[in-house]
Design a protein around this ligand. Structure first.
Ligand SMILES: *[C@@H]1O[C@H](CO)[C@@H](O)[C@H](O)[C@H]1NC(C)=O
Length: 444
């Protein structure tokens, strides 16, 4: 679905806080000879050292030791030791962010500092729903963009809890504090090609994280209805277009797609056993202001402005690569309609009481455009000629073509995308220039 630029070395920077390094004091006082005047002083001194060592040991040991150092490194960016949560003032912020008049939705949005998550959170808040965000602010891409989105949400009085969906105790706590009616689960490890570099993070976020979230939802009383982000990438190697929800999805072309497909099967299980109402959304190349820097339209913009070469993929037989680009505002409407039409979960206390809805929808735009056309629009908007380089598409997970059949979403959700690529990109470029060209920020 998304086109991922090779990840640069910044992925290895920005490690989570590591225990402080001790600076060796080279001052002459070190050599000053100390004299012990009594054994009491000696005892006190050694007790002190011993206590210090114990404290140091606890400080350095991770709360859940990873199986090996390499696992730890691989998982690091998605399992930061999260900021501490809990306490009366934290709970007060959680409650106040989720508070609503009766009759409105109370929604937990995971991945709220992400691209789609931040837009959905704002849209929910603006129409009067209660919203609480959850995000681990990992460094898959520049976290300062996530922080800027967080600031935007704060101005709308949406609080983002800093934590991981894999933190079961945190999820339980959130459901204890707020009786969420709905969960919009958008937290995920995105990107297609990064999966070859860091496969474990896809399992951690998209499989283990999803299970952790469903576990919390099925145990909650009342159970919320869940809407979550699947992906158009589940259509994999299919060549029949447009892609319809009933088409086969058993030939994923990337580990990313495979974890999303696994998620759809896991959703079936939780719906079947526990009566959770679950809706999966298959997004098609979502773009727009505040977007993800790892997506082609985003880094093409950056590279065109810098005069760098723009790699345009073609299929092995020189065919064009096309995407069903879908504008963020259209997708947000589809997300809100999914929440509004989600039937209730039927279980309670972990027991199913009756059948609950299990749905899946394509949220696309029904008009695939060649990537070369995308570059042409960007050139016009930026008033800069792009330095195009035709490149054979590597066989590393990207599919040549995506095209959504959205008739099911149209019928059930009233979904009707209205923004074409030129209009949507104009809004993106306007945002991009004001966000980065203010001279205060670096696009990395
Ligand atoms: C689109 O999907 C619907 C089912 O939602 C199906 O009835 C229809 O035939 C599909 N259209 C095409 C062109 O595949």
């Amino acid at each position: 679905m998304s086109q991922l630029k090779p990840i640069s070395s910044h992925m290895d920077g920005g490690a989570p806080s590591t225990p402080g390094k001790f600076k060796v004091d080279k001052s002459p006082f070190v050599h000053h000879r100390l004299r012990w005047h009594s054994s009491l002083a000696k005892l006190a001194f050694w007790s002190f050292v011993f206590l210090g060592l114990i404290l140091l040991f606890f400080y350095r040991s991770p709360s859940s030791p990873p199986s090996s150092a390499s696992d730890r490194r691989l998982l690091r960016h998605s399992s930061h030791p999260s900021a501490p949560w809990g306490g009366p003032s934290w709970e007060k912020r959680v409650r106040s962010s989720a508070r609503v008049r009766s009759g409105r939705l109370t929604v937990l949005v995971t991945g709220a500092a992400g691209f789609i998550g931040s837009h959905v959170s704002l849209a929910l808040r603006h129409r009067g729903d209660g919203v609480l965000g959850l995000d681990n602010f990992n460094d898959y891409y520049d976290p300062s963009l996530k922080r800027a989105r967080q600031a935007l949400l704060e101005r709308a009085r949406v609080f983002i809890v800093e934590g991981d969906v894999n933190d079961a105790a945190l999820l339980t706590k959130l459901f204890d504090v707020v009786p969420f009616t709905h969960v919009m689960h958008l937290a995920a490890q995105a990107g297609v090609r990064y999966a070859m570099k860091n496969p474990a993070s896809y399992i951690h976020s998209n499989v283990a994280g999803l299970v952790s979230l469903f576990e919390a939802c099925k145990s909650a009383n009342p159970q919320p209805a869940v809407v979550w982000a699947s992906s158009s990438s589940v259509y994999g190697l299919n060549s029949k277009v447009p892609f319809s929800e009933s088409d086969r999805t058993d030939r994923p072309a990337s580990l990313y797609a495979a974890t999303k497909k696994a998620g759809e099967e896991i959703a079936h299980t939780y719906n079947h056993i526990y009566g959770l109402s679950i809706t999966g959304l298959r997004f098609f190349t979502v773009y727009g202001p505040w977007g993800r820097p790892d997506m082609a339209y985003f880094f093409f913009t950056k590279d065109i402005l810098r005069g760098k070469g723009i790699p345009i993929f073609e299929t092995p037989d020189h065919g064009t690569v096309a995407r069903d680009f879908t504008y963020i505002d259209d997708v947000v409407k589809g997300c809100l309609a999914s929440l509004d039409t989600a039937g209730k979960s039927t279980g309670s206390g972990g027991k199913k009481r009756g059948p609950a809805p299990l749905r899946v929808f394509n949220l696309g735009n029904t008009s695939p455009l060649p990537v070369a056309k995308l570059v042409g629009i960007l050139e016009r908007l930026l008033k800069v000629k792009a330095n195009r380089m035709m490149v054979k598409m590597p066989r590393n997970g990207d599919v040549p073509f995506t095209h959504a059949n959205i008739s099911l979403a149209a019928k059930e959700l009233g979904y009707k995308p209205t923004t074409d690529l030129a209009t949507g990109l104009k809004k993106f470029v306007k945002w991009y220039l004001s966000y980065y060209d203010s001279g205060k920020r670096s696009s990395g």
